[in-house]
Design a binder for this molecule. Structure first.
Ligand code: FAD
Length: 399
């Protein structure tokens, strides 16, 4: 019988595998995962897992009882030969496939100069990372320093304050959340951090690090020095594509796909989730990756469908990306690709992002209803192809 190999046992991997079964695929499904855990919910890592509101078991995702997949945990794909349709795993074993879904996500980015091998210095991408950070915070008394003011850095700072601990948020750009949410909401988020006692240092670089027995000295370009007993580097992520070196595929910033999730230059190979880069025809075919939870669900399902029907009959994957973040009880939600915007405008109390006179993204604070009900209308004007149902019901997070 046929075998489909899913590489990556995260959200995109498990949702694509489920979709294969829903579509009636009755061959073998093998899921290769670099991690020792079954799939879990990553958004809670910077939130409920750090604060301790959830245990690691609460983070596990539920999935279909009919999946009937062969799970290979702790078993990263090491090399791919797309012509031979073979993938290699530790121990030198070669696994042949009839179809493959790549869903390897991203890895936390390293930061030059940071003492990455000091046990008090962390990144946050995996459940094990989150558990180690929480343990470090609980076992020390001093300041927690978070480097980076993106979603994960901001959420972490908020969670550490929730634990009643001192936190410094050290950010290179002048504002939190960069250009992702617009100036108005960015300002409100920044104010909330200050009001909640976060020691905020924006517009600064790190000159050097000094490791001492009692903590780590972080010397900033403006002369400030923070002395921390726990440091988390939250400076972005890079696609997990090392294993694809030598495969002949285009892996510059993720795995390059066509508009139907099929990997460019290969047969019977699709990709989804954070690692996939594809032209979204709803946005004039702009070729990007999208690092949001819902894109791993929707993209995983679309990639599975398009693998089974084959490239010739595949449908374009044209989602309106959506995301959320929670800080100090405030919920920010967004849709579209705000980063493409060159200008902002008010849209019924939401921040609209405009490029070439068209709305390309929208972000709101505490306005979930509006984002959900008004976004489909707003985005219709940008549609190039609409043969994929866009507005699927968002799946509820676990627990
Ligand atoms: P992942 O979930 O990363 O899964 C990829 C899996 O593949 C990993 O287990 C990895 O170890 C494995 N892998 C890598 N290389 C190999 C290999 N060679 N062989 C086998 N397996 C491999 N999104 C939101 O929209 N809202 C949020 O509030 C939010 N909060 C977040 C908070 C944190 C701390 C993090 C880290 C992410 C957050 N996200 C959020 C993003 C969201 O979790 C991701 O978009 C989503 O998990 C992507 O799913 P994925 O399947 O593409 O990748």
């Amino acid at each position: 019988s046929e075998r489909i190999v899913v590489v990556g046992g995260g959200l995109g991997g498990v949702r694509s595998a489920e979709r294969l079964r829903e579509m009636g695929f009755d061959g073998q499904i093998t899921i290769l995962s670099a991690e020792r855990h079954l799939p879990y919910h990553r958004p809670c890592l910077s939130k409920q897992i750090i604060t301790g509101e959830w245990t690691p078991d609460d983070a596990l995702l539920s999935f279909s009882a009919d999946l009937d997949a062969e799970w290979r945990l702790n078993s990263p794909a090491l090399h791919l030969d797309p012509k031979k349709q073979s993938v290699w795993v530790p121990g030198g074993e070669e696994i042949k496939y009839d179809g493959m879904i790549i869903a390897t996500g991203v890895d936390a980015r390293a930061m030059g100069g940071a003492p990455r091998h000091d046990p008090r210095v962390h990144v946050l991408r995996t459940l094990d990372d989150a558990v180690a950070i929480r343990r470090n915070i609980r076992q020390s008394q001093g300041l927690v320093a978070v480097i980076g003011g993106g979603f994960i850095g901001c959420e972490l700072a908020c969670s550490v304050r929730h634990m009643g601990r001192d936190v410094a948020l050290i950010v290179r750009s002048p504002a939190l959340l960069g250009g992702v949410v617009g100036d108005d909401i960015g300002k409100k988020i920044t104010e909330a951090h200050v009001e909640h006692g976060v020691r905020l240092a924006t517009g600064v670089g790190i000159k050097h690090w000094v490791r001492q027995p009692g903590g780590i000295g972080i010397h900033l370009s403006d002369g400030q020095v923070f002395f921390a007993s726990c440091v988390v580097l939250a400076v972005g992520a890079s696609p997990a594509v090392d294993w694809l070196r030598g495969s002949g595929l285009d892996i510059s910033d993720g795995v390059l796909c066509d508009s139907t999730n099929h990997v460019v230059g290969a047969e019977n190979l699709v990709a989804c989730g954070d690692v996939a880069r594809w032209p979204n025809m709803r946005f004039n075919g702009v070729v990007r990756r999208v690092e949001h939870w819902l894109n791993a669900v929707e993209g995983g399902r679309a990639a599975a469908e398009n693998l089974l029907v084959g490239r010739k009959h595949a449908r374009t994957y044209t989602p309106v990306p959506r995301f959320w973040t929670e800080q100090y009880g405030m919920r920010v939600q967004g849709a579209g690709l705000p980063v493409l915007g060159t200008d902002t405008t008010d849209v019924n109390g939401l921040t609209g992002f405009i490029a070439n006179g068209k709305l390309v993204g929208i972000v709101g604070l505490e306005s979930p209803g509006k984002i959900i009900t008004e976004t489909p209308e707003l985005f219709r004007q940008n549609e190039v192809e609409t043969n994929v149902p866009v507005w699927t019901q968002p799946e509820e997070p676990a627990a």
